[in-house]
Design a protein around this ligand. Structure first.
Ligand code: SF4
Length: 189
């Protein structure tokens, strides 16, 4: 069953994936919304592949959507075709370049890999698979781990009290469950 810990892991992985995706896209002169629009066009039907539907789906202004579509069209990631029944409507479809771009951006689908790892019984739960995926991502991108005390190399116990060995100050139980920017994974030491 999906619990709060699972959602938090998904949120942390998503944040890291989005941040890496932003870097990849910036190199291509694109922004996350451009990929979101391509993803939308890849999954919607022919009644829904219009600028108006995209505006409605993302809750953005017409101007923002129009600018994004201009960029995608200029870079040949989408193509426009006139509606055969209504000359005021254009339908938008992914070009081959658009599909290739989506494949490139989604090449490392962490969630699909985690699901596969659980199916292959590499991990006993989705949480364990997600945690492993998060740690791999953090190592690959040299991102700070922002973990909790129980997995930190600096976590210590002295005279029956929890202690952070960086500050040598006691840690209260409630604090040990919070994420920390100074966290260093114990298995990285
Ligand atoms: S560095 Fe942070 S995570 Fe590690 S023991 Fe100290 S307070 Fe906890």
């Amino acid at each position: 069953m999906t619990n709060l810990k699972t959602f938090k892991l998904i949120e942390r992985i998503s944040t890291l994936v989005r941040s890496e995706e932003r870097k990849k896209l910036a190199a291509l002169g694109l922004q996350p919304i451009h990929i979101q629009v391509l993803d939308y066009l890849d999954s919607c039907n022919s009644y829904s592949n219009t600028a108006a539907a995209i505006t409605e789906y993302f809750g953005l202004t017409k101007g923002t959507v129009s600018q994004s579509l201009q960029v995608l069209e200029r870079k040949a990631f989408i193509a426009k075709t006139l509606d055969p029944e209504d000359a005021r409507i254009f339908h938008l479809t992914l070009t081959e370049e658009g599909r290739n771009l989506l494949e490139l951006v989604h090449a490392d689908d962490v969630f699909a890999q985690a699901e596969l790892a659980v199916q292959n019984q590499q991990y006993s739960s989705i949480d364990a698979a997600l945690l492993a995926a998060l740690e791999t991502l953090q190592k690959t991108h040299k991102a700070p781990s922002f973990g909790t005390c129980d997995t930190c190399v600096n976590f210590d116990v002295e005279d029956n009290h929890y202690l952070c060995s960086i500050t040598r100050l006691p840690l209260f139980q409630a604090e040990t469950d919070k994420i920390c920017r100074e966290h260093i994974p114990a298995d990285a030491a």
